[in-house]
Design a protein around this ligand. Structure first.
Ligand SMILES: CC(C)(COP(=O)(O)OP(=O)(O)OC[C@H]1O[C@@H](n2cnc3c(N)ncnc32)[C@H](O)[C@@H]1OP(=O)(O)O)[C@@H](O)C(=O)NCCC(=O)NCCS
Length: 347
């Protein structure tokens, strides 16, 4: 049986080669671009070193479980949380129990083990191991142009008809609305965002701690994408933020609202951030805006602002070890705050 050990820098080449075999060349190249930032520069790394588990058989590396350490806030009480990611077992060694040993080693060593956006095989393994299944994270889309509803699998005529029929609704949904508070673009998150997080943390029974160090690492220093960041301001103070970017997809141009924060009770504040993102999306010529929101309060405001819930494939599993929680904890997730910005979903 394989030994499970912590990754050391000499393993890098063998791990890269395994990654290429399991996930293919494109994903491997993309992963190399992110690797240093994602694993070495995470401000929450305990002891400053990447936390990656390796399955070794003699000189060969046959599996890995890479992680993203985070502070997980449970209504303000923090535990050492960990997103599991880039888990892989060499193809010829799959379905022989190695994955299970890797998952369990990871889980034994963290205050909370978290998985987001899972592949079919890892989702099935989480289910087999009875991790609480609390997803998927609802996906919401706001159409801005009639191209938003196009589907590549439909014939041109059907697409034209659907566009024509839905145009009046899209026009109403996408109309410009005034901003009720000040919004300002920022380049970095200053310490006031740590204070904002500390004030809001008790309102979320589960959320990743969004302090300035984490936010800057995640959204300012990311090497693979460029984000725009808008701060919501009231009485000269930062009271919320939105992180977004514009992407080209085969079906058209999309603005991704990747992460956001505001007091869930401050509905007009969050609405203002959404109106700002609307303007930015229109300016970028986007056909739609897409976001993911677990918090039911934020979802309510999103729907009121013209977003529709669509099918989501972003599965979410979470298991808290660091403090006692009962089974019912996993049944009441309406106030949990998880977005597309969490884990390494926005690649
Ligand atoms: C996910 C992965 C790491 C699991 O490792 P593994 O060593 O095969 O897992 P184990 O043998 O310990 O566990 C097997 C269980 O996982 C699930 N599973 C694993 N591969 C599966 C597959 N291809 N289809 C369906 N279920 C699968 C099943 O529940 C299976 O139980 P069973 O064999 O009793 O049916 C491995 O399949 C892998 O490398 N997959 C490709 C990469 C990937 O998808 N990574 C996840 C990214 S989120």
């Amino acid at each position: 049986m394989a030994d499970i050990v912590r990754y050391s820098p000499e393993d890098r080449r063998a791990v890269d080669a395994l990654y290429r075999r399991v996930f293919g060349h494109d994903s491997a190249d993309a992963s190399r671009l992110r690797w240093d930032w994602q694993y070495r520069l995470n401000p929450n790394n305990p002891g400053g070193a990447p936390v990656i588990w390796i399955a070794r058989e003699g000189p060969a590396i046959v599996g890995q479980y890479a992680t993203m350490p985070v502070r997980l806030s449970l209504g303000g009480r923090e535990v050492q949380g960990s997103w599991g990611m880039d888990v892989m077992v060499a193809p010829e060694r799959q379905r022989q129990g190695l994955g299970e040993v890797l998952f369990r080693t990871w889980d034994r060593n963290v205050g909370a083990s978290l998985g987001l956006g899972l592949s079919d095989s890892s989702y099935k393994l989480f289910q087999k191991l009875r991790w609480p299944d609390v997803g998927p994270i609802p996906c919401l889309v706001k159409p801005l142009t009639r191209r938003a509803l196009r589907r590549p699998e439909w014939p041109v005529g059907v697409n034209r008809l659907v566009s024509a029929l839905t145009l009046p609704v899209v026009k109403i949904v996408a109309r410009t609305r005034p901003l009720a508070a000040e919004v300002r673009m920022i380049q970095r998150f200053d310490d006031s965002f740590t204070a904002l997080w500390e004030e809001l943390a008790p309102k979320f029974p589960l959320a990743i701690r969004r302090d300035a160090a984490y936010l800057n690492w995640k959204y300012v220093n990311a090497p693979h994408v460029r984000y725009a960041i808008a701060a919501l301001r009231r009485d000269d103070q930062n009271v919320g933020y939105a992180v977004y970017r514009h992407v080209h997809e085969p079906r058209g141009r999309v603005t991704l609202l990747v992460d956001f924060l505001a007091d869930p009770a401050d509905e007009s504040g969050f609405e203002t951030l959404l109106r700002w993102v609307d303007r930015e999306a229109r300016q970028a010529d986007s056909d739609k805006i897409r976001t993911f929101a677990m918090h039911a309060g934020f979802r309510r405001v999103l729907k009121r602002s013209g977003y529709f819930v669509v099918k989501s494939t972003m599965e979410f599993v979470a298991k808290v070890n660091g403090i006692e929680v009962d089974r019912a904890f996993y049944d009441h997730t309406d106030d949990w705050h998880i977005t597309l910005g969490d884990s390494d979903q926005d690649r």
